[in-house]
Write a protein that binds this ligand. Structure first.
Ligand SMILES: *Cc1c(COP(=O)(O)O)cnc(C)c1O
Length: 394
């Protein structure tokens, strides 16, 4: 079984590029060039240098002693929370900004929901001195003021999406419209392992530095490269794809995905895509997505903005369908409790997205000798207000 994208961008039956005719030249230019550019020596050199000196890689692989004692297995944390800008997203935006430059693009567009991907994009545009336009739903602009301020301070223009539900989906539509109208000078930086081919594969490859590092770091600590399990939370699925990548074809490594169940899988307020989704097309690819019987995309819900997405990347649909990965979902309450537990046992306040990955211990019992590596995808500073309200800390 192959778990990577084939030449047309398919993972089994999922993936592909379902795009309007007018977008074809842009996507085709990227598809025809991305692998060649990505694996040029000069690209790799520049990418790795920036990951080291700007992002702060390699991120540590930390043995969590007290958490391990609590849950009766050996738990290692892959510290993406220590990256510049506080999460794994910067790995991808660094890769894509270099790709854009090699393609001769001078103008960058992006979509953002909570603003995390917008900030990571505005950051690399400031770094490279490129024009940056971030589309964001009007509702999200109102509720994510600090990230809007960060993007503006970084020199980006934040354009409100005023149609539909005025959230991420509408921001994505605006970004696609912009790209159609600016085919020559503009690159569209997508923030997760989603979108038309080659985006899911390209984003996965940029994020695969996570599992590349886990291999040698675990070898140093445990004398073996392969853990028994890798665990990650899944929104669109980029931190998960990067964490799994070098283990996909190592059958002794168990792959675990944790989605957001919101207020409960059957509550009507959830983002548990694998449990609730059916095959459909979203943002240019065929994948599992939450939809009504007549095919309208359902509004997702999660307490964590980064997991509040109605689909998953096509790689994850394939991992689910083939049974290669185990899928779980964690409710808001479980994720918040797991985030608090990590904070109090290890002194690390995680992003609420990341709290979902740690909720795995409420669902699955590991063996004493199991080595479990968890992707600590981001830090919790951005979520402090949600923590304050939830735990009545103020
Ligand atoms: C954006 C985000 C996620 C979800 O995105 P993926 O593409 O599924 O990784 C998870 N954790 C953090 C900290 C994020 O910022």
């Amino acid at each position: 079984m192959n778990y990577n994208a084939d030449e047309k961008g398919y993972y089994g039956e999922f993936g592909g590029a379902f795009i309007p005719e007018m977008l074809y030249p842009n996507v085709e230019e990227l598809r025809a060039n991305y692998l060649k550019i990505m694996y040029e020596d000069s690209f790799q050199e520049e990418f790795n240098q920036l990951l080291k000196d700007y992002v702060g890689r390699p991120s540590p692989l930390y043995f969590a002693k007290r958490l391990s004692e609590k849950h009766g297995c050996k738990i290692y944390l892959k510290r993406e929370d220590l990256n510049h800008t506080g999460a794994h997203k910067i790995n991808n935006t660094i890769g894509q900004i270099l790709m854009a430059q090699k393609l001769g693009k001078t103008r960058i567009i992006a979509e953002t929901g909570a603003g995390q991907h917008g900030v990571a994009t505005a950051t690399v545009c400031a770094l490279m001195g490129l024009e940056c336009i971030v589309y964001m739903g009007e509702i999200d602009i109102a509720r994510q003021a600090p990230n809007v301020a960060r993007m503006k301070m970084l020199g980006a223009e934040v354009r409100p999406a005023k149609s539909g539900s005025r959230t991420l989906k509408d921001a994505t539509n605006e970004a696609i419209r912009d790209w159609i109208n600016n085919p020559v000078d503009t690159h569209y930086i997508i923030g997760s392992a989603i979108g038309p081919h080659p985006y899911p594969d390209m984003v996965t490859r940029f994020q695969s530095v996570i599992s590349e590092e886990i291999k040698w770091q675990l070898k140093e600590k445990e004398g073996r490269e392969n853990p028994d399990y890798v665990v990650a939370c899944i929104g669109g699925g980029s931190n998960a794809a990067g964490t799994y990548y070098h283990f996909l074809h190592e059958p002794e490594v168990g792959i675990i995905a944790v989605e957001a169940a919101g207020k409960g899988v059957n509550s009507g307020e959830s983002a548990a895509t694998s449990a609730l989704g059916k095959v459909g097309i979203i943002h240019g690819c065929k994948t599992m997505l939450m939809q009504t019987p007549d095919g309208q995309i359902t509004e997702p819900y999660s307490i964590s903005a980064g997991l509040d997405y109605p689909g998953v990347g096509p790689m994850h649909s394939h991992l689910y369908k083939t049974g290669r990965a185990e899928f779980y979902s964690a409710t808001d309450d479980e994720a918040m409790a797991a985030g608090l537990e990590l904070t109090q046992l290890e002194g690390i306040i995680p992003a609420i997205e990341t709290g979902h990955a740690f909720a795995i211990f409420a669902h699955k019992k590991f063996k004493k000798d199991d080595v479990v590596v968890i992707s600590l995808s981001g830090r919790g500073d951005k979520d402090l207000n949600t923590y304050i309200d939830y735990f009545k800390l103020a």
